[in-house]
Design a protein around this ligand. Sequence first.
Ligand code: HEM
Length: 489
Amino acid sequence: MNSDKKLTTASGITVSDNQNSLSAGPRGPLLLQDFHLIEKLQHFNRERIPERVVHAKGSGAYGQFIVTNDIKKYTKAKIFEAIGKITEIFVRFSTVGGEKGSADTERDPRGFAIRFYTEEGNWDLVGNNTPMFFIKDPIKFPDFVHTQKRCPKSNLKSPEMMFDFWSKAPESLHQVTMLFSNRGTPDGYRHMDGFGSHTFSLINAEGSLYYVKWHLKTQQGIKNLTATRAAELAGIDPDYAQRDLFETIERGDFPKWKLMLQIATEKELLDWEKRTGWNPFDLTKVWPHADFPRLDVGMIELNKNPDNYYSHVEQVGFSPANLVPGMGYSPDKMLQGRLFAYHDAQLYRLGANHQQLSVNSPRCPVHNQQRDGLMALHNGADNLNYDPVISEQNYSSGKVSEEATIALSGEIGRYDFRNKEDDYTQAGNLFRLLSTSEKIDLCNNLACPLSQVSPSVLKRQLYHFDQADKSYGQGVREALKNINPNILT
Ligand code: HEM
């Protein structure tokens, strides 16, 4: 033992004894003046911060992004200014519905969030392993998530709640189809693709705007678990994906993903919408590759495990609002909801100064008039605390013209899309894309929870499969009958 390494209190005072509390006589009672004992118990009681309300279980690593293709004609973002340019990144993968201690192999979308520490600030691409989502209006998000969580009365997960919701929200069928395919149980995090999912925008040096969707293509190849294997692993190795990622990086076998984008001008999207009837900003839809081919942008590699899980993976706070100059949002209603939700969640989960934590801190100078608050590690003492100011000491803000403008039309209102939009064609296309054995797996994976729901919910959900493709509905019915021959009578 190194005798220079003294055990201290948090204030740096040497601890005299860490094994025996200070007591009045050998049998006690204990003394209030044993400050070390009291501080130790108090700090222990405060070890937990709230877990993320969604995506609570996760794994993360540092790495690098390298530009491999010139996209400067679409964006002036400096991260893309030269082929070969390298930017440091941090990635957090996650499951969505389970708690912090839940099993990694549960059927669930996987979060795939990347932070690019660019010289112009942090760019966060907070995506999933699926290109679409269950809903298209953020007002439904808390209800949807509640159906994935535990029943308030029984504290059990409930297929009835899940399919009750989904069967009344047919726009979910596209992602439900993906979730119950074998892609719903990826073999760890290295063998899945990632998607920014929303439509974002890029702005070039001339101020022209392009709409884009970001994709991440795994270089390890897609590998999924069967439902049986996933269930086995949930029992014998609930941290399967964490172990796989950590151990692979530890032995120097660094996973990589190709960053790609689909790109379109506003006019191209309008023409596509006229042709297909699909709103390009609807998150329950994808832009088919045949209509919008993917363009290579660069490669990400994960090559360093964090030295402390809590400080980095638990305390990271991503936000889809974090875009750098040369990038912008889109009218996608879900994206608009998310622009609010993440920073707000982190104010609650991590505190007002969470951007000062090392994993969140930009790798470029930060100057603003924000002051004080809990856990202020640094406090902007190098510039004044108000703006505007007639002083050379302060910092100037960017020009208004640096933000792209989007033309809007229409009246303020609550627009009900139900029964007016096509919820089925893309879901059916996804089903038809699967091989025969993948279709059988999908139907069996669906039949398992559906065999536990009430007849009215089952009837409603079967109707949606039929609408997407008659053989989809038929396949699920057959799989249901294999579980219970009388279920449909
Ligand atoms: C309106 C819809 C949504 C809302 C309100 C919402 C809200 C949230 C909240 C509050 C968190 C926890 C943040 C934190 O505590 O740091 C979170 C995490 C996350 N969300 Fe969403 N979310 C929505 C949709 C989506 C979609 C569509 C995606 C993917 C395309 C997504 C991907 C993620 C990921 C990957 C995380 C975990 C980030 C991390 O690893 O720290 N979310 N979401």
